[in-house]
Ligand binder design. Structure first.
Ligand code: MOS
Length: 757
């Protein structure tokens, strides 16, 4: 691990920094979407289809319409025109459910909206929605769990444009597998999982003539604006989206969902502001989920553990109309060195709401499969699983044939193994014990994309010594407000508590989606450039100040450091603080803009940009009562330079907790008869809670990745969830002898243990 920091010790970059928005949140003064009051605000509650496949025959709204406080019961014939949006070439206008709400009478998933009740209070709207009667012609829904790929061409239309089903190929994988002295051929299954942010999704929509303003807890306000402009036939500049705080999202709030268009349409029809907040049940039906995946992994190896072939065939399910695909193969082509490889995918349509991105989409289920296969191969070869990974470390990204920007995967494994005490591992099943409990140890690797999306920012330096930085990205709770303040404080010397950060509004300079772990990497260059330009403006002001020490000076003679403008030759001590300079010049502020390009559209990238990591997990097994607990996790992350180690560690800890849920608890269950997600509440959808949380130790290698930005910082919101489930299932096998290849691990699986009392 690098031991010296490259910035001065006083720099806020790399310093443990409590969130600057923390006091607002803990005191309840942070304004979330549904907190904004408006005079005359009406409340909307959608009516959900109670079948998953069929046709709406009759909608009886007569009773509901007569109920107290009811303003309207909207349906297909009364909601007004809602246009269809399409993907824009600059990859704006993404949505995973393209069909406008109420567009036809076909029901394709349980919970699809068929009507909307609007009333003076939430309770009145809810009562009216419940009083709407629907009659259907029903077909049996297809929610089959076995995912055989639909018969589709090799080039598929997806929600993000056309994609080839053959994702990656090199050498002759079939032949190499057939001839390999050691073979593994297994199928791994991950279930549908539902994001469960504490803040429910919702929209408050206001029309002022042809101007639409919405408050929405969005992970991407500019994308949402672009979709809404199309759906309501408005010029983009006539739509404004505001998202001040988000009570987390995990991907469910990345792209617009149909309730948002319904709120906008209802507000338009009634000429009043309308608020629509989903119920927890609706959050399981109509705002996305991680799709179920079925992944066959074939590994061929030599007897001394060198991979000769890797074949990864995966299928994920998707909704009847839409084009989502789960990119389980993202990490497969580069994570290990193997001369013969094929990654190929397919999809299986089901009567479910559209899946969407959920924390570490693709790579998280994908690495669960491939890392599990690596662990099983290690057992088969009787090689230490860490050693197997060391043996197959690639020198370059073999999928793209380009060097890695900065990869320290082996150091992650080495540091983690040492911290965990891995050398004391006895690989024999059920052989390790502590305090009367059987211990199981497992390891797995992690990888996740890094890079930049386009970003713009504006920075002001003001005569009261404060600074302001504005960018239209959002903070979904990960610490973006704080990071932007740290960046400006670093460049200007303005203390953190005097940096105002303004985010989450399409009237600000365009910023990236809060997704893909890309905000931190993306905003650094734009914020730095904006700050530099504000500083240049200050120096220009100094050159026009006809008083010492600046009279007759050119801009090249001047410098700025730690909040002071000075003549280079004289040094900072003889300079003037920037608020003093502004006051002398009778100016309130100077300002600067910055803009940076993205890396993802690069057709011929020169380096492979990713973060890496590994997890070491310990489970305890109590055979007498078949009780399995995750006891201890050590996670090591190679995520570039960490700007805020406090918030950073917090992201990884949260991901590990989610990983415990993924391995042991989380799955959305669809009723085979009516297609409803039946555990659609926080009591029946099990997630890891405090009592499930193991002791978690997070270590960052902290190597700057200068290919991403000048600080070398990458986003780290998702990497911590990659691979963790494979480490836990491996530890479970080590303790119990039960090899589980379908998540989550259930008690039934553990009763197959060879280590029972
Ligand atoms: Mo993340 S699934 O990109 O919010």
């Amino acid at each position: 691990m690098p031991t010296t920091t490259e910035t001065a010790i006083t720099s806020p970059i790399g310093r443990q920094t409590p969130r600057i928005d923390g006091p607002l949140k803990v005191s309840g003064t942070a304004m979330y979407t549904s907190d904004f009051p408006f005079p005359g605000l009406l409340y909307a509650v959608p009516v959900e289809a109670t079948i998953a496949n069929g046709k709406l025959q009759k909608l009886d709204t007569s009773e509901a319409e007569k109920m107290p406080g009811v303003r309207a019961i909207f349906h297909r014939r009364s909601i007004g025109k809602i246009f269809r949006s399409v993907l824009q070439p600059n990859s704006r206008s993404i949505t995973d459910e393209r069909r406008p709400p109420f567009a036809d009478d076909v029901i394709r998933y349980y919970g699809q909206y068929i009507a909307l009740a609007v009333a003076d209070t939430f309770e009145q709207a809810k009562a009216a929605a419940d009083a709407v009667r629907a009659t259907y012609t029903k077909e049996k829904p297809n929610v089959d769990l076995d995912l055989q790929p639909d018969n589709e061409p090799e080039l598929i239309q997806t929600g993000r444009g056309p994609l080839n089903r053959l994702q990656s190929q090199r050498g002759d994988p079939e032949k190499a597998f057939a001839n390999a002295p050691v073979k593994l051929d297994q199928t791994y299954v991950t279930p549908a999982e539902t994001h469960n942010p504490i803040e429910l999704q919702g929209t408050t929509a206001l029309w002022d003539g042809q101007i639409l303003t919405i408050y929405e807890e969005s992970q991407g306000v500019f994308n949402l604006r672009s979709v809404l402009a199309q759906m309501f036939g408005l010029p983009t500049e006539n739509v404004r989206v505001i998202t001040k705080f988000v009570g987390s999202g995990f991907g469910s709030k990345l792209w617009p969902w149909t309730h948002c268009a319904l709120a906008c349409a209802a507000a338009r029809q009634l000429g009043k502001p309308v608020k629509l907040v989903l119920s927890r049940r609706m959050m399981f039906q109509s705002v996305g989920h991680r799709p179920r995946t079925q992944q066959r992994v074939r590994l061929g190896a030599t007897t001394d553990g060198k991979l000769v072939s890797l074949i990864h065939d995966y299928v994920s399910d998707l909704a009847m109309l839409d084009g989502y695909r789960e990119n389980c193969g993202e990490a497969t082509s580069y994570q290990y060195s193997v001369p013969n490889l094929r990654v190929h995918w397919g999809r299986a349509r089901r009567n479910i709401g559209s899946p969407t991105a959920m924390r570490g989409p693709g790579a998280v289920p994908g690495l669960y499969a491939t890392e599990s296969a690596m662990n099983e191969l290690a057992d088969q070869l009787k090689i230490d699983p860490v050693q197997l990974r060391v043996l197959n470390e690639p020198k370059v990204d073999e999928g793209k044939g380009i060097p890695f920007s900065s990869r320290h995967y082996l150091e992650c494994l080495q540091v983690g193994a040492e911290k965990f005490g891995w050398s004391k591992r006895n690989p024999e099943i059920g052989s390790m014990q502590r305090d009367g409990l059987i211990l199981g140890w497992g390891v797995a690797g992690a990888a996740w994309i890094s890079g930049r999306a386009p970003a713009e920012a504006n920075v002001e330096l003001r005569d009261d010594g404060s600074a302001r930085v504005a960018c239209g990205t959002q903070d979904i709770g990960t610490g973006t407000y704080t990071i932007l303040a740290q960046l400006v404080a670093d460049k200007t010397g303005v203390p953190l508590n005097k940096v105002e950060v303004v985010l989450g509004d399409t009237s600000l300079p365009p910023g990236p989606i809060s997704g893909g772990s890309l905000v931190t990497g993306s905003v650094v260059p734009a914020v730095f450039e904006a700050t530099d330009n504000a500083i240049t403006s200050l120096l220009t002001v100094a050159t026009t100040t006809p008083a010492p020490p600046f009279e007759n000076r050119k801009i090249d003679d001047l410098a700025f450091e730690n909040g002071r403008v000075f003549v280079r030759a004289d040094g900072p001590a003889n300079g003037v603080s920037f608020p003093d300079l502004l006051r002398r010049a009778n100016m309130r502020l100077v300002t600067g803009n910055g803009k940076s390009e993205g890396t993802f559209d690069d057709k011929k990238p020169k380096v492979s940009l990713h973060s890496y990591g590994c997890h070491f997990a310990e489970v305890t097994w109590q055979p007498a009562i078949a009780r399995l607990r995750v006891n201890r996790v050590i996670t090591v992350i190679d995520g570039g330079r960490i700007i805020n180690p406090l918030a950073g560690r917090n992201q990884i800890e949260g991901a590990v907790v989610m990983g415990v849920g993924m391995a042991l608890l989380e799955h959305t269950v669809y009723d085979r008869q009516n297609g409803a997600p039946i555990n659609s509440n926080l009591a029946d959808y099990l997630m890891a809670v405090n009592a499930d949380v193991p002791s978690i130790d997070v270590l960052f290698l902290d190597y700057p990745d200068r290919d991403v930005n000048p600080v070398g910082a990458r986003g780290i919101g998702e990497i911590g969830l990659a691979g963790i489930a494979a480490a836990i299932t491996a530890a479970t096998y080590h303790a119990t002898g039960a090899r589980v290849r379908e998540l989550p691990i259930r008690i039934e699986d553990l009763l197959k243990s060879s280590v029972l009392a």
